[in-house]
Write a protein that binds this ligand. Structure first.
Ligand SMILES: O=C(O)CCC(=O)C(=O)O
Length: 280
């Protein structure tokens, strides 16, 4: 029996196309109950781009004045909510607060529970979607910073939706969001996993590995350079990262959405401490 178990485990390890029927089924639009009807024409177009590419850039979501106000809010939170500030990288570039919408009404009203974004999340994931939390992050250039998200990865092999808003102008040098177009699609997932010879279910990839995909097909790389106030919609089951910062800084907010049934205490424990959820 244990020999059979080992055989199956090894087969799964070395046959990456076996991402599994279960994954395929769980991603299917019938089971996830996508609901595009709730969107107006403009947002339906964004949803189509999101489906095709896995990521979509929406400009002018906030004005410059709103961005300035939200940047100031992040700076204040990093001082007043010190106990919730994470510095996930070793070099001290990234300063972030999970659950920022619980300790800032302006941030929640404008972004956390923004109705357009919530509708988009529901249209993409199915109706029963809730905001898990909003991440407020300020990233500064520090040598050897890995970038937001700590390098190339998928959040999951299942469909996942995040919205990121830039609160400062972002060019090639200060940490643009990058996404490998199409990498959210099941068939492409299987193909990319095979191309890279990755073990089953591996979500983290080195830059050299992802560069191999880009070299094969350069137009797959989206580098979202954009003005402050731009929102990025992403199915983060695709391969993505925040590019390491080479100069300057980047302010951004990110909404993490979850299907209600999946937003369990272990998610908050994973991101611990989360403002509004954990006691300090
Ligand atoms: O902030 C970014 O540009 C990317 C963040 C990321 O990789 C993630 O949220 O998983």
């Amino acid at each position: 029996m244990s020999q059979l178990k080992h055989f199956i485990r090894d087969a799964m390890q070395y046959m990456p196309y076996e991402i599994s029927m279960a994954t395929w089924l769980a991603r299917s639009k019938y089971l996830t109950k996508e609901n595009p009807q709730i969107l107006d024409d403009e947002w339906q177009t964004h949803l189509q781009t999101l489906h095709a590419d896995g990521a979509c850039v929406v400009e002018n979501f906030f004005t410059e004045e709103e961005c300035r106000q939200l940047r100031t809010e992040i700076d204040n939170l990093l001082i007043t909510q010190k106990g919730f500030v994470h510095q996930p990288d070793k070099v001290g570039s990234d300063h972030r607060i999970y659950g920022a919408q619980k300790v800032s009404k302006v941030l929640d009203d404008k972004f956390g529970h923004n109705p357009d974004l919530m509708n988009m999340a529901m249209a993409h994931q199915g109706n029963d979607v809730v905001l898990g939390f909003t991440l407020a992050a300020k990233m500064n250039y520090v040598e050897n910073n890995p970038g937001s998200g700590g390098g190339w990865h998928r959040d999951s092999f299942l469909k996942q939706f995040k919205c990121i808003v830039y609160l400062s102008d972002v060019d090639e040098t200060n940490g643009p969001f990058q996404f490998i177009k199409g990498s959210h699609q099941y068939s492409q997932m299987v193909q990319d996993t095979r191309t890279l010879g990755l073990p089953y279910n591996q979500v983290r990839m080195s830059h050299e590995q992802v560069q191999k995909l880009i070299n094969r097909n350069p137009e797959r790389l989206l580098t979202a350079t954009a003005r402050a106030g731009t929102v990025l919609l992403a199915n983060t089951s695709g391969i993505h990262r925040g590019k390491p910062i080479e100069a300057g800084q980047r302010y951004a907010l990110t909404n993490y959405y979850y299907n209600r049934g999946l937003l369990k205490p272990d998610i908050f424990e994973h991101f611990k401490p989360v403002a509004g959820y954990h006691q300090l």
